[in-house]
Design a protein around this ligand. Structure first.
Ligand SMILES: Cc1cc2nc3c(=O)[nH]c(=O)nc-3n(C[C@H](O)[C@H](O)[C@H](O)COP(=O)(O)OP(=O)(O)OC[C@H]3O[C@@H](n4cnc5c(N)ncnc54)[C@H](O)[C@@H]3O)c2cc1C
Length: 431
């Protein structure tokens, strides 16, 4: 019997637990460790921030649902990983031995890299449910006394989709309140151009998102580095394509939300360079396995992926939900094969499917594979995307409560669209 320990219980960790249980069957022990005892659906956080959702709509207790699938749960943070001894230490002093470790710890939010930045400083965040609730408190004060908004993503950020989403959601909420005319909005981003998304663009994302920002009266500054944030004022250096500063801006705001750069969480980062890269992200091979300790796998935002391309102001590559689920499927299959003494062979497709809500409409994109050049790439706008995102939220929460990570109808529906989780051999002949 193998003991598989999964660290983190969010978009990566919860599906990993279910899929490993499905793939291994009974007879192996699974334990999930997460600091909070509740699951939180991160993509709903922009809605929480404007008051369209409450914590109770998007969060639920983890333990009872994992228990139904015979998966143990410990509500503690892992404080140390001892890979040579196959052991993790927990915040309450417990030790947990493992045969396989799956690291799904997401990001550490690097607010500290910019003076005055973040929810303990002068800007809001939607990265966690606690941050989103705080952002909502500030939003209520803001709508009582509106003024300029600065929204976007800082240098080193990789998660640009939610920055655009939140800009359009705030715009929609303000229009509903008939306050939009009182709110000048500026989108500030480290992306080299609008619609880059950390992906070198997807389809015609540049034209489409520029047009949307224009139509929603949102100005923008690209190649932007945030220098510091004071109460009500952001100091930004705009760069040219050579990375030289061409202009400095002092942007006044009454409300600001900027996505930060990500790093690896401390417990993982401190293991050192055999496990992580200089930013603390877990090094994995094509099978999601750490090259130094082959019984350590990793999925989600915490893995090391190089940027799609060098940009004048540093940007990272986003790790989106379906891409993460494809990593999960590869890990489940590879652990099964390793237990059986077979060579591991499965590689996730890392396909990106994204639904970006705009409050009353939305933009969907598919990038296969996520890293260009791509076999498939498209981007479309419509009210169906907004409805699709709402449906996806309900669907994902239900899937996590039912304890299934890849329901059969999802598998067939996406396969019909040519979207699969595991890589197949490329076809040399077509037709
Ligand atoms: C606001 C926002 C909106 C997003 N919207 C979308 C979207 O619409 N579509 C999409 O495809 N992607 C979206 N993403 C990107 C991505 O899908 C999410 O960030 C996703 O939640 C990442 O999952 P994860 O499991 O890797 O990390 P996280 O969701 O960050 O989860 C990590 C988990 O590990 C736990 N953890 C951390 N440290 C430890 C420790 N030491 N010990 C134990 N546990 C630990 C954390 O508490 C957390 O529960 C969004 C991201 C953000 C920030």
């Amino acid at each position: 019997m193998a003991h598989i320990v999964i660290v983190g219980a969010s978009t990566g960790g919860m599906p990993a637990a279910y899929e490993i249980r499905d793939t291994l069957g009974p007879g192996h022990r699974l334990t999930v460790v997460n600091p909070s005892d509740t699951f939180s659906f991160v993509p709903s956080n922009p809605w929480v921030a404007v008051g369209w959702r409450k914590r109770s709509d998007t969060c639920f207790p983890i333990a009872p649902y994992l228990k139904k699938r015979d998966i143990d749960f410990i509500a503690q943070a892992v404080t140390e990983i001892q890979p040579d001894d196959n052991k993790v230490l927990l915040a309450d002093g417990q030790q947990l031995s493992y045969d396989y470790l799956v690291i799904a710890t997401g990001p550490k939010l690097a607010f500290d890299e910019i003076e005055g930045f973040g929810p303990h400083g002068n800007t809001e965040s939607i990265c966690t449910i606690d941050h989103a609730e705080k952002a909502h408190e500030s939003w209520q004060k803001f709508v009582a006394d509106p003024g300029p908004i600065v929204v976007g993503a800082t240098q080193g950020a990789s998660c640009f989709g939610p920055a655009y989403e939140f800009a359009f959601i705030m715009d929609a909420d303000l229009r509903k309140r008939r306050l939009r005319s009182k709110v000048p909005m500026t989108y500030v981003t480290s992306e080299p151009y609008i619609g880059h998304l950390g992906l070198g663009g997807v389809g015609d994302s540049k034209t489409m998102l520029e047009s949307e920002l224009r139509q929603h009266h949102v100005k923008w500054i690209c190649n932007a580095k945030v220098l510091r944030v004071e109460p009500g004022k952001m100091f930004v250096a705009e760069h040219d394509e050579k990375g030289e500063v061409i202009r400095e801006h002092e942007l006044p705001f009454k409300y600001s939300m900027m996505l930060p750069a990500f790093k690896g969480v401390d417990a993982v980062a401190k293991v050192g360079d055999k496990l992580v890269n200089p930013r603390g992200f877990v090094k994995v091979d094509e099978f999601q396995r750490n090259p130094a300790w082959k019984n350590i796998y990793s999925v989600g935002v915490c893995i090391a992926i190089p940027p799609v391309e060098a940009t004048p102001v540093p940007t990272g590559t986003p790790k989106t939900g379906y891409m993460i689920e494809s990593m999960v499927t590869a890990v489940a299959h590879n652990i099964r094969d390793d237990i059986a003494g077979k060579p591991v062979s499965e590689r996730g497709t890392w396909n990106a499917i994204c639904l970006a809500d705009m409050g009353d409409t939305g933009i969907a994109f598919v990038a296969i594979p996520q890293i260009p050049p791509r076999n498939v790439t498209w981007m479309k706008k419509g009210k169906w995307v907004h409805l699709g995102k709402v449906a996806y939220e309900k669907y994902f929460l239900r899937k996590m409560k039912k304890g299934s990570s890849d329901p059969i109808y999802e598998k067939y529906l996406l396969k019909a669209l040519g979207i699969t989780r595991l890589q197949e051999e490329p076809k040399s002949k077509v037709g």
